[in-house]
Design a protein around this ligand. Structure first.
Ligand code: TYD
Length: 227
């Protein structure tokens, strides 16, 4: 018998990974696909998602907190996240809307924690504060060799991103990005029930289908929707 409660449960899905792996494209595609099946969903991003969290985003990505160090930046990301969770994530889930976020707490674990060297206990404490009980149901880790990701993104897009935000994490060197990639893979290994790693070096249609197939396996009620 169809479990109506389960079939209507709104899910919180996050996308994670290094720079240039194509998260934003897949977040948009998933939203379209859910909406096509009459599933209400919203897309959001971190840092950001609410006006004040977007202000914190601009502050960090312009490099204004860089000298404060990764510990202080972890605190800033967490403060923005708490606002994002309380004002956007939790209310939408409560109204039965799926929430699809381009980055979430795993980015703090990977960038500030595993790559930036911030103590794991501090990272966990900040998570307890910021998530406020709203752990993602499912996290897609899009994985790609950073050298390939950079070649794919191309200099034009990188320049456009820099013009918009002066984005500082994109200017780190390749070995730093390789460590970051490993950090996301380690997070996925330690959270096998929540995280699914997918190879991102494939065409966008194929990756979209892999994401959808993963969701249908996990939430069979989606299998009855038009695709
Ligand atoms: P963004 O332009 O959204 O990057 P991307 O397109 O790669 O997602 O900028 C977000 C940057 O902030 C990105 O470099 C990752 C970084 N970041 C952290 O360092 N910690 C965090 O907790 C989050 C959410 C993002």
């Amino acid at each position: 018998m169809l479990d109506r409660t389960a079939s209507r449960a709104a899910r919180f899905i996050t996308f994670e990974g290094g720079e240039g792996v194509g998260k934003s494209t897949q977040v948009k595609r998933l939203l379209v696909r859910l909406n096509r099946g009459n599933i209400e969903a919203v897309r959001t991003r971190e840092p950001g998602g609410t006006p004040t969290a977007e202000a914190v985003r601009a502050f960090i990505l312009q490099g204004r907190s860089e000298a404060w160090g990764p510990g202080a930046e972890a605190v800033l990301f967490a403060a923005a996240r708490l606002n994002h969770v309380n004002e956007l994530v939790a209310p939408n889930l409560a109204h039965g809307r799926w929430v699809i976020s381009d980055r979430f707490h795993d980015s703090t674990r990977a960038y500030q924690g595993l790559t930036g060297g911030v103590d794991e206990k501090l990272i966990r404490g900040l998570e307890t504060l910021a998530l406020n009980g709203h752990q993602p149901d499912l996290t897609f880790v899009l994985d790609m060799d950073p050298a390939v990701a950079f070649a794919r993104v191309g200099s034009r897009q990188i320049e456009a991103a820099l013009a918009e935000t002066g984005d500082r994490f994109e200017k780190e060197d390749l070995s730093w990005h390789a460590r970051l990639r490993q950090a996301f893979l380690d997070i996925a290994t330690t959270n096998p029930d929540r995280c699914v790693v997918l190879p991102a070096n494939q065409n966008e249609d194929a990756l979209e289908q892999e994401i959808w197939d993963t969701l249908v396996r996990r939430y069979p009620e989606l299998g009855t929707l038009p695709n």
